[in-house]
Design a protein around this ligand. Structure first.
Ligand SMILES: *Cc1c(COP(=O)(O)O)cnc(C)c1O
Length: 390
């Protein structure tokens, strides 16, 4: 196993968050003393587990202004997204085969859409502007009577850029399309309300909001319109037949507890982290070598994606991550890191995308950590010096 540097500062909360200690505490009994199967109807072990899962359903519903009965528990956002997109396409394909999404979506959406294209879907990938925002007129122009579904993420995982969901959903629904949003990064950080925002389907994940990995949920509107879909996983008929398999009760309890903490605290968290993020950016922008990627006026408060001009991206990343755990503007799925599809879609050239860092703060981030990270990154930039070209 690789040694964890002792002084590593975590600034990658958009990749995953630690469980809040209150979440762990809520989960613990459900691993041992309260281990029942929520589908066991004949005894108290089962009833206890079912009650815990139903409380969690209400807690998640409370965070998004939904009803408990509108939520389906899944293993995370990737599964919720697959269930939503494939499930809608499978059930409604006789009505049309058109789906609209956006180029800056998470791979969970893009790769699922690519699979649907292999199954006969026609998918439109809307572009974004230089600030990462989608043009509502482009959506309006792309909608046709064949459009089943529009899927646009609430906030981007790399840049934190927030889309105008109420407007985009209104345009979609006026044309008879369902509106879905991957709210994995927005949920628990900024107010998300399915009725105010006109959302028909919403996907989320516990481990992005201080809950455990392996738990998530799909919201399906029950009235006006009632959203139906074809299941992905068949079996015992759990979750109204939409997601069979024994419920992950500890994970679901954790998701519920995490949602409850966020509902109470997100406003205060956002104010505190927004101030820290702004301080971090102010320090780094003062170097004259940094530029903000994404619409500074429409961003999650705890996220900063910065492009470093005249800087060797690989050298920057390997130096910075000795002290600060951040992610880069590239996907390391291959030997040669490919520049981020999000930053590329915003018009950044490959070298500038590679010389970009995503800094994401969270509930456990301290002012001292932010000051030290700003100092260390500034020092690293000075040591690396500006490159000759670009
Ligand atoms: C993390 C993330 C996902 C995937 O969530 P999992 O629960 O890890 O499957 C999907 N969309 C966005 C925007 C994310 O940030």
């Amino acid at each position: 196993m690789q040694q964890m540097p002792e002084q590593l500062i975590y600034m990658d909360y958009n990749a995953t968050t630690p469980c809040d200690p209150r979440v762990v505490e809520a989960m613990l009994p459900y691993f041992s003393a309260r281990f029942g199967n929520a589908a066991s109807h004949t005894h108290a072990f089962g009833w206890e587990a079912r009650e815990a899962a139903e409380l969690a359903r209400e807690q998640v519903a409370g965070l998004i202004g939904a009803e408990a009965g509108e939520l389906v528990f899944t293993s995370g956002a990737t599964e919720a997204i697959n269930l939503a997109l494939k499930g809608i396409f499978e059930l409604y394909r006789h009505k049309g085969n058109h789906i609209i999404t956006c180029v800056t979506e998470h791979k969970a959406v893009l790769d699922t859409c690519a699979e649907l294209e292999r199954r006969g879907a026609a998918v439109t990938y809307l572009p974004v502007d230089g600030a990462g925002r989608l043009d509502p007129d482009a959506l309006a122009a792309a909608l046709t009577p064949q459009t089943l579904l529009v899927s646009v993420m609430y906030a981007n995982n790399e840049t934190g850029v927030i889309q105008d969901i109420p407007l985009l959903s209104r345009l979609s629904r006026e044309q008879g399309a369902l509106f879905m949003t991957d709210a994995t990064q927005a949920l628990g950080k900024i107010p998300v309300e399915v009725n105010r925002d006109g959302i028909d389907l919403l996907c989320c994940s516990a481990h992005k909001l201080y809950g455990p990995k392996g738990a998530g949920a799909l919201y399906l509107r029950r009235r006006a319109p009632r959203v139906r879909l074809h299941p992905l996983i068949h079996g015992g008929g759990h979750e109204k037949g939409l997601r069979s398999g024994t419920l992950n009760v500890p994970g679901i309890v954790g998701l519920g507890a995490a949602a409850e903490c966020c509902r109470r605290e997100m406003q205060a968290d956002a104010a505190r982290l927004g101030a820290l993020r702004d301080e971090l950016e102010k320090t780094l922008l003062r170097t004259g070598r940094a530029r903000i990627n994404g619409d500074a006026g429409h961003r999650l408060p705890h996220v900063s994606n910065l492009a470093f001009l005249r800087t060797d991206g690989n050298a920057l990343l390997s130096a910075v991550t000795k002290r600060v755990a951040v992610s880069s503007g590239s996907a390391c799925t291959s030997a040669l890191p490919r520049p981020s599809h999000v930053l590329s879609a915003m018009g950044l050239d490959p070298s500038l995308a590679r010389a970009s860092l995503r800094l994401s703060l969270g509930r456990m981030t301290t002012p001292e950590e932010v000051q030290e990270a700003a100092r260390f990154i500034g020092q690293t930039l000075a040591e690396l010096g500006p490159t000759e070209t670009a």
